[in-house]
Design a protein around this ligand. Structure first.
Ligand code: IFM
Length: 451
């Protein structure tokens, strides 16, 4: 008698994989594309590991047909990708570059021809440099430029695309781009960071309205946040406060305005004076009802009180004896904790796990296979906890692995490999890793067996 238990996902569960434009496309200056802040940032010596750039990346701009072929082989039900704003508006606003739109038209048509649902992200961090030159996100005008860009794309693709994501991880764009400065545009100024946060949130609401007014298929509009469970390093009151502050800055500072139309009180007390002018109506625009929330889950944060640390007076600790990847602690129960928390505290109509994955220093074995068992274990353990959340009633409709392909991992350059598919950057040859084969089976069977 078999004692095998099968972890079955709900009928119609959407299995996908995700990428973003700057991380895979390359072709940084082709077919009329304007430069983005990442094109500029990568050229500043010392900003990116080994001086890498996204100039060529995984050359997806030229190999997109082959890449869709791989998605078909994996049996993906959905593909989440982002549109490069500077391909559509080389100057951020003004004249539209039809060749840029055509690239995404072809991609969307091909996906649909194979029954793969496109999930379009409008902003995954590659702001047109021309807008940065006018002040970037700290300038409120950028929010209106974004709404205009969203309207243009929704008019073009909105007869075939129905799932729209306005922004990917506003926390990262705001704080890592404008406070720590580790990401483009490399600014280190708390006022710029909080102005960016507010203007990105505002632009999300404006874009949601523009998409709904312009797309001919009834659109489903959402936003993607990077969320973490935050645990205190010890039971002390100081560490509990440290955890609360981390939670405020990373999670609630974005969830509360979107769902409740207000910034959290404790964050306003701490950082209110860094926020830009909040005009009447802003919070209503930001809290326009959404159709889904996208959660990117990778890891948890363990926080301790640290008076030396700027902004939060709290810092992250990495407890000994836990399991780590090249970048973060591996903490599968956190996906459950995060989903349940978002469901219970914010009650979204539906939830997608829009990113989950792990960097592994994969290599090709002599027989041409990439045996990335660690990634399989990571995905499987996270899916197990996601399944638990779903079986308790959380309205999770789909899951996207980060990432379809190995790609440009921002400040880490090409040193981190997140793909289900290995990319040999010298030849651009693609090899489906063991994890890709494993995921294909999960998709086919709508779950996996548990010994
Ligand atoms: O590669 C990134 C992605 O662009 C946004 N979310 C996290 C991923 C891994 O760091």
């Amino acid at each position: 008698m078999s004692t095998e238990k099968f972890v079955r996902f709900p009928e119609g569960f959407i299995w996908g994989a995700a990428t973003s434009a700057y991380q895979i496309e390359g072709a940084w200056n082709e077919d009329g594309k304007g430069p983005s802040i990442w094109d500029t940032f990568c050229r500043i010596p010392g900003k990116i590991k080994d001086g890498d750039t996204g100039d060529v990346a995984a050359d997806h701009y030229h190999r997109w047909e082959e890449d869709v072929g791989i998605m078909v082989e994996l049996g993906l039900k959905a593909y989440r990708f982002s549109i490069a704003w500077p391909r559509i508006f080389p100057e951020g606003v003004g004249e539209v570059n039809q060749k840029g739109l055509d690239f995404y038209n072809r991609l969307v048509d091909k996906l649909l021809a194979h029954g793969i649902e496109p999930f379009v992200t409008l902003y995954h961090w590659d702001l047109p440099q021309a807008l940065q030159d006018k002040g970037g996100w700290p300038n409120r005008d950028t929010a209106y430029a974004f709404a205009n860009y969203a309207e243009t794309v929704a008019k073009e693709l909105g007869d075939r695309v129905s799932s729209w994501i306005t922004h990917n991880e506003p926390f990262v764009a705001a704080l890592i781009g404008h406070f720590t400065g580790e990401h483009a545009p490399g600014i280190q100024d708390p006022s710029a960071a909080f102005a960016t946060a507010h203007h990105i949130l505002l632009s999300h609401g404006l874009a949601a309205q523009a998409i709904r007014a312009s797309a001919s298929l009834k659109p489903k509009v959402g936003i993607v946040l990077n969320l973490h469970p935050i645990h205190p390093a010890s039971p002390s009151e100081e560490d509990k406060l440290a955890a609360k502050r981390f939670d405020g800055l990373i999670n609630r500072m974005f969830l509360d305005p979107i769902f409740f139309g207000k910034y959290p009180e404790d964050m306003l007390e701490l950082f209110g004076f860094f926020l830009p002018e909040i005009r009447p109506g802003d919070m209503d625009t930001i809290s326009i009802p959404i159709d889904f929330i996208g959660i990117n889950y990778y890891t948890r944060i363990v926080a301790r009180s640290d008076p030396e640390f700027p902004l939060l007076q709290a810092s992250q600790v990495y407890p000994e004896g836990n399991e780590y990847s090249q970048m973060w602690e591996i903490y599968p129960p956190g996906i459950y904790e995060t989903v349940i928390r978002v469901w219970k505290d914010y009650n979204p109509p539906s939830i997608f796990l829009t990113e989950n994955g792990i960097p592994v220093p994969d290599g090709v074995d002599f027989d041409g296979r990439v045996r990335d068992e660690r990634r399989i274990r990571y995905l499987r353990n996270h899916l197990l906890y996601l399944h638990k959340a779903i079986s308790e009633g959380a309205p999770v409709k789909g899951y996207f692995v980060w990432s379809l392909l190995d790609n440009f991992e921002w400040a880490h350059g090409y040193s981190m490999r997140f793909g289900l598919v290995y990319v040999d950057y010298k030849t651009q040859k693609r090899i489906i890793k063991d994890s890709g084969r494993w995921y294909a089976k999960v998709i086919k069977e709508n779950g996996f067996a548990l010994e």
